[in-house]
Structure formats: C-alpha cells, structure tokens
Design a binder for this molecule. Structure first.
Ligand code: NAD
Ligand code: LMR
Length: 328
C-alpha cells in the first residue's frame, strides 16, 4: 500500500463537497491503491461547522479502506498543511443586487488569503484546482498570492465544460461519449467559453465532417454548452453539483495519473501558446503524463476560432483588471 497523500477540500459542507468527498475517499480520484487524508475547510460559522461535522460523521460511517485520516477546520493554515492536492470549491455566491465587480472582489479576498496559506504551508508540489466561481480569475488570484509555489501548480476547472461538450456531440452523432477524442474548450469558465470540435474524432473520423452543419455549431452547440450552467440553475434552483464534482475528479485524476495521450481541457496559466498572453488562466487542450500537463501544440486557429478565443480572452483580461488593485 502507498503512503497516504493529503487532499484539502474547501467548501466541504456545500453541495459540491457532498458529491466530491465520498468519491475522493473511495479512491476514484487518485486510484484504488492510494490512501488519502482529507483536510476539509469551511467558514467559521456555527451552522457551516456543524454541517461539516455531519459530513465527517458520514465519511466515517462509510468505513472507506483508503481514508487514512480526516481534519475539519475553519483555518486555511490547518487545511492546507502539507497538502498534496487542494480543491478550492468554497466561494462567495452572487447575492441579490450584487454586481459582477462585487462578486469578483468578495472572491478576491477569499482566494488571496487561500493562496497565501497554500504558499505558506502546502507541499511545494501541491496540485491546486479552483472550482469556485469565477473559477479562472479565482485561480489566477490564488496563483498570484503564492509566489513561492510554481505558477503551473494552479489550475481552474474547465472540465465540466469539456464533458458537457462531449455529451452534446454524442447526442448529435448518436455515438458513445467515450469514442469522442481530441475535443477542447478554450478560455473562461463562463458563457464566453469556446467549445471547439474542429479537431475532434470518433473512430478516426472527423466530428466536424460527421456533423457537417456549421449552423448547428454556431446556433445550437456553442450556446447550449456555454449556457448549460444557467440552464441547470433554472431547472434545479441550484447550480450543478454532482456533475461539477465529477468534473473535478476527472481533472485531478487525469493530472495525477495521466491521460495516455488523450486530450483533456484544463484552465492553466498560459505560456504564450496560441497568442494567449502569458499568465492568463485560460482553458487549453492538454495531455498529462507523470503528474505534468502539456499544452497540445500546432493546432490551426481559423478566423472564427480566433474571434471566439479573443472574446473569452477579453473577458478574462477585464476580470483580471477588476481585481488588479487587490493584488498590488
Ligand atoms: P454551496 O454554496 O453549496 O457550497 C459552498 C460552500 O463553500 C458553503 O458551504 C460555504 O460555507 C463554503 N465557503 C464559502 N466561502 C468559503 C471559504 N472562504 N472557505 C471555505 N469554505 C467556504 O456551493 P456549491 O454548489 O458547492 O458550489 C461551490 C462553487 O463552485 C460556487 O462558486 C459555484 O459557482 C462553483 N461551481 C463551479 C463550476 C465549474 O465548472 N467551475 C461548476 C459548478 C459550480
Ligand atoms: C456551472 O457551470 O454549472 C456553474 O459554474 C454555474 C454557476 O454559476 O455556479
């Protein structure tokens, strides 16, 4: 049996936390031979802490053989101590009358503090995934607040968008979702994202040719994938949780254990590839091997794609500008 690794999860008593923690503890994220110690963070509020205690009681009652320990806390320095993985799920939701700028600055405070705590106490190899919205900008803030950790350790979740895109293509083509290869989603986890199936294949055949209908891409596929989060909120009265937790598991598993050459989408700090300015936390197609991700290179960017990639980039640049004064 391997030595246990430490997995920190914030917002642990929330909806996503409830769909996520049990799967991590059962080995779905890091493998059935990898014991884990869960280090769970919630806000210092009696109700949240009590709910967290309840979640921990349930984790205990599962008697997971891989769960080697548990910590529940309201202190980020405790939750992130020696963390090998950190899933930053907790965030400030948009309240009534709250403008986007208010949301950005409320979250900037949280992710500055958490970035600093990671910087101070986490493993130097910690793999960080930001799920809490606005995910890309929160990940950017955490990265900037942790100057002693490699910037590339910070990532944002675009995997839910990737999975949503794959399912829409499977439904359109009548093919199994597992057969869809080399798909990606560029940019921000927001309706401006650009889900791109130009390079995707099913059984070696081009998805673009199979679908053949450019209008479907523009008028159905892109808006459906881009607005799926809002459609779920409208239907459920709550934002996606099980599918978001599933995407977080997929993201971390692939990063840690590798993708066997297959593409996945991760929000990562740009290295300048595809003309995306360095440091911008942007969704890219990547492959993962030995715990490292590598951006897929050499893809042709046509005029339509460049336009879409710029729209989502501009939104990220605006978000970055809106929080710049908080990072100075
Ligand atoms: P939720 O409100 O059910 O739970 C969030 C939990 O986080 C709450 O228990 C809250 O007390 C806690 N929390 C808030 N601030 C915290 C902090 N500073 N430290 C620790 N815990 C904190 O929300 P949810 O449905 O679990 O969603 C969580 C976040 O994930 C939201 O921001 C949501 O918009 C986002 N989300 C992202 C994606 C994505 O694809 N990136 C998808 C779905 C949801
Ligand atoms: C989603 O894509 O389901 C969420 O990001 C939606 C949201 O605003 O929480």
């Amino acid at each position: 049996m391997k030595a246990p690794v430490r997995v920190a999860v914030t917002g642990a008593a929330g909806q996503i936390g409830y769909s996520l923690l049990f799967r991590i503890a059962s080995g779905e994220m890091l493998g059935k031979d990898q014991p884990v110690i869960l280090q769970m963070l919630e806000i210092p509020n009696e109700k949240a802490q009590q709910a967290l205690q309840g979640v921990m009681m349930e984790l205990e009652d599962c008697a997971f053989p891989l769960l080697a320990g548990m910590v529940g806390t309201d202190d980020a320095m405790v939750a992130f101590k020696d963390a090998d993985y950190a899933l930053l799920v907790g965030a400030r939701p948009r309240g009534p009358g709250m403008e986007r700028a208010d949301l950005l600055s409320a979250n900037a405070e949280i992710f500055t503090a958490q970035g600093k705590a990671l910087n101070a106490v986490a493993s130097r190899d910690v793999k960080v995934l930001v799920v809490g919205n606005p995910a890309n900008t929160n990940a950017y803030i955490a990265m900037k607040s942790a100057p002693d950790l490699p910037a590339g350790n910070f990532t944002a979740m675009l995997r839910l968008d990737h999975n949503r895109a794959a399912s829409q293509i499977a439904a359109k083509t009548g093919k199994p979702v597992s057969a869809i290869k080399t798909l990606t989603v560029w940019g921000n986890h927001s309706p401006t994202m650009y889900a791109d199936y130009r390079f995707a294949t099913i059984g070696g055949e081009s998805v673009k040719e199979m679908i053949g209908d450019e209008a479907w891409n523009r008028d159905v596929f892109l808006p459906t994938v881009g607005k799926r989060g809002a459609a779920i909120i409208a239907a459920r009265g709550l934002s996606s949780a099980a599918s978001a937790a599933n995407a977080a598991i997929d993201h971390m598993r692939d990063w840690a254990l590798g993708t066997n050459g297959e593409w996945v989408t991760m929000g990562i700090p740009s290295d300048g590839s595809y003309g995306i300015p360095e440091g911008v936390m942007y969704g890219f197609p990547v492959t993962c091997e030995n715990g490292k991700y590598t951006i897929v290179q050499g893809l042709e960017i046509d005029e339509f794609s460049r336009e879409r990639m710029n729209v989502t980039l501009n939104e990220l640049e605006e978000e970055r500008a809106a929080v710049a004064h908080l990072l100075a």
